[in-house]
Design a protein around this ligand. Structure first.
Ligand code: SF4
Ligand code: SF4
Length: 744
């Protein structure tokens, strides 16, 4: 079938199968299934056309409510030549307007195949008018580009442990006219054909014939290289490359052999010809060069940009796990020698002795990204050594793959990695040096900085994950007891310190010989560590925010959940933005200083719309889920701050994010703040598409910033002019001043 016939065939269908939108790979298997079920080709084509707008608007662009965009739609791109697709798009767009009763205007661009290029040309023109110069080499030169690609073991990058395979594209922009390729031949000469070379080679004289024909020793000779020599010995002839051969003995007709390739002097496993330029397609910037020193320069440049544009998502992800010196509040170990020492005292003494070498493993996931400072403080204050409080590694595809096979259920990705993290503790940390316990509490109630909430609960999936993980490691045999490891997953309320103290005491009292009083002191140290860690990152974030305001720059707020700080969950998207010069904040790191909150929310508080700057009751009624509440409040903060834009992230199969997509988008867009999203993130890291989207967003933000600066400039001009005008009026007699103010 020709693609031009698609629409005609699809329109012949009387019914069609319903494709699920999403990844094209799944669609391919859907096609096979539908064929097996007996659907005819025209029906399958109709179904494919029908799903396309869903894929574009819901899957790729994530815009469930098209009516929110306006009423005028232009369909562009070569796909619009397929009328079956156009019909599906028109039906889809119209269906979005059913609720509001409006009729959208839908136009197919009259040059839909070229409209993208027209748009690019218009943008180039705009930039040129703004003083930018083009680097385009011109269409004629483009037609002359010659290139060849190499992707094999010789192109592998060894600058980090990822050892990525790269693609080298060696480009000759001269169209074969570079000095290397450009040796012109005399009219009589030409490059020999393969047959001619073969014929000449087969007729080459034998060594005896050569000897017989050699000139006397004292005479001058010449060889086919054209280089004369007067060697006293025939065995000392100079070796030169053969560049031409006579077609027959005695003939003066010669043919040229292809010139041996000349290569550039550079350190590489893939030699680069003279006149060519190498482009390297790599996973990261460092991999775009081959030379170690060049890579170091690139890294140094990136590091410089990173220092002035902090990424608080990444900083928070590292800082919470850092150990700090805390006050040790444990009791002295009771004496066990002497008379009248009770059994309980002896037992406690031995449990306390254990603390010195007790090794506890903690999976690095979920709300541990908030509560690690609390656990670090608690354990260290009881006398555990910091090197014995061991977290699993950060999430990576390798970590996930190594341990994921035990899972029996398929929850959201942040929960699914639970098994892999516990496996990492068992298979890596425990093997290195034995662990005594794995601490994976069931987070139930969480602390929050917000007010006027209806609850402060963790997502039920978060709460239940430690139990599902436990099941995975005990369903056939108890892997924990086989390894002499205590698996501890008590429920925790981290909002109420007293309840928390009781829960921690019940968990750790019998293991480490902790008394209630000792436990309370350790709880206090834990919460102090937690609050200090949170305050410090917010203090730093405030400095960066102030700097953005001073410099009229843009920062990005990641609207996610605290475990989206995990680089393995956020796929390091934030780092890509940081490298482009955007500081990145998150829902948990935004500053809470009173003056700032008053500037952003003060008017609404005074108008009685909210009770407090940290109140979200105006936008979100079901305020019981802590991480959802924090995300909603961060959206409000971002919407009100002129230097911030929103970047929403969510995980695949998250049941809590779907209901608030519209709320978050609504809050942000109501203020005219740019909103972007990376939704349904899972174990697959689509590096290429992430890069493209990041670059597109960056381009948009550059224009957004230009507009902000222009607007501020205009506003400040108007204010200056008004001030001058007011001054002029005030200097005039009162009557005229009053008339002018009254508008006469
Ligand atoms: S391309 Fe980047 S990520 Fe890949 S090995 Fe090289 S430095 Fe590491
Ligand atoms: S909030 Fe969503 S992503 Fe987080 S644990 Fe619950 S379901 Fe999973």
């Amino acid at each position: 079938m020709k693609v031009e016939e698609f629409a005609d065939i699809a329109f012949a269908a009387k019914s069609m199968p319903s494709f699920g939108y999403g990844c094209a790979v799944f669609m391919q298997s859907d096609i096979v299934n539908f064929q097996r079920q007996g659907w005819r080709s025209e029906e399958i084509l109709a179904g494919l056309a029908d799903v396309l707008p869903k894929n574009v608007f819901l899957y790729v662009a994530s815009i469930p409510n098209l009516a929110a965009l306006g009423t005028r739609f232009v369909l562009q791109g070569g796909t619009q030549n397929n009328l079956a697709v156009v019909k599906a798009e028109v039906d889809f767009i119209k269906s979005s307007f059913r609720a509001n009763g409006k009729e959208p205007e839908i136009i197919v661009h009259e040059h839909c195949g070229e409209s993208g290029a027209i748009g690019a040309a218009q943008e180039a023109l705009r930039l040129w008018r703004n003083g930018r110069e083009t680097t385009v080499i011109g269409l004629e030169a483009v037609a002359n580009i010659r290139y060849h690609t190499t992707r094999n073991e010789d192109t592998r990058c060894y600058f980090c442990k990822n050892n990525c395979l790269r693609t080298f594209i060696d480009v000759d922009v001269t169209g074969g006219q570079s000095p290397e390729h450009n040796h012109t031949l005399d009219a009589a000469d030409r490059v020999a054909t393969e047959e001619e070379i073969a014929e000449v080679v087969s007729n080459l004289p034998s060594l005896e014939q050569i000897h017989a024909n050699l000139p006397p020793l004292e005479s001058q000779g010449s060889c086919s290289t054209g280089v004369g020599h007067s060697s006293p010995s025939i065995f000392k002839a100079k070796v030169e490359p053969l560049v031409q051969i006579q077609l027959a003995p005695g003939s003066n007709k010669v043919v040229e052999l292809p010139k041996p390739a000349e290569f550039q002097a550079r350190k590489t496993k893939v030699p680069l010809r003279m006149g060519e330029q190498r482009l390297i397609i790599a996973t990261c910037e460092k991999g775009t060069v081959e030379d170690l020193d060049e890579m170091k320069d690139i890294k140094a440049d990136i590091d410089k940009v990173k220092v002035v544009n902090p990424n608080y998502v990444d900083i928070a992800a590292r800082d919470v796990f850092r150990h700090h010196d805390v006050e040790v509040v444990s009791d002295a170990i009771p004496a066990t020698r002497g008379l009248f020492i009770s059994k309980a005292t002896k037992e406690r003494a031995s449990q306390m002795e254990r603390r010195r070498d007790f090794r506890v493993g903690i999976p690095r996931l979920l709300n541990t990204y908030t509560y690690a400072p609390f656990f670090n403080g608690y354990f260290a204050s009881l006398g555990l050594k910091s090197e014995n409080i061991i977290y699993s590694d950060y999430t990576t595809p390798e970590l996930y793959r190594a341990g994921a096979s035990r899972g029996a259920i398929d929850p959201c990705y942040p929960s699914k990695i639970g098994i892999a993290h516990v496996y990492n503790l068992l298979a890596t940390k425990h093997v290195k040096k034995p662990l005594h316990a794995i601490w994976f509490p069931m987070y139930d109630v969480l602390h929050s900085h917000l007010v006027n909430l209806t609850g402060s609960n963790a997502c039920p999936t978060v709460t239940a994950t430690p139990e599902t993980v436990k099941a995975a490691f005990t369903k056939e045999s108890d892997i924990f007891s086989e390894n002499n490891i205590l698996y501890m997953d008590p429920i925790l309320n981290l909002q109420d310190e007293k309840i928390c103290a009781d829960q921690m005491f019940k968990a750790w009292g019998p293991v480490l010989g902790v008394t209630r009083e000792e436990n309370e002191r350790a709880i206090a140290v834990g919460f102090k560590s937690l609050h200090e860690c949170e305050a410090e990152i917010r203090r730093q974030a405030r400095e960066t925010l102030d700097q953005l305001e001073r410099e009229d720059r843009i920062g990005i707020v990641m609207l996610g959940r605290v475990y989206h700080h995990d680089p393995g969950l956020n796929h390091e998207i934030m780092e890509e933005f940081q490298k482009l010069g955007y500081p990145v904040f998150s829902q948990s790191t935004l500053p809470l200083d009173e003056d700032l909150l008053d500037r952003l929310f003060g008017e609404e508080v005074r108008a009685g719309l909210i009770t407090h700057p940290l109140d979200i009751s105006d936008v979100w009624k079901n305020r019981y889920s802590t991480s959802t509440n924090h995300k909603v409040w961060a959206a409000k903060f971002t919407a009100r701050h002129p230097n911030l834009v929103a970047l929403e992230v969510s995980s695949f199969k998250c049941g809590h994010d779907a209901p608030i997509y519209g709320v978050i988008e609504g809050i942000i867009e109501q203020s005219g703040t740019p909103y972007f999203s990376f939704k349904d993130l899972d174990e697959n890291k689509p590096t290429g598409s992430i890069r493209i989207r990041v670059e597109t967003i960056d381009y948009f933000l550059q224009r957004y910033r230009e507009d902000i600066i222009k607007r501020r400039h205009i506003e400040s001009n108007i204010e200056t002019q008004l001030a001058v005008f007011e001054q002029t009026l005030r200097s005039q007699p009162r009557e005229r001043y009053e008339m002018a103010v009254a508008g006469y």
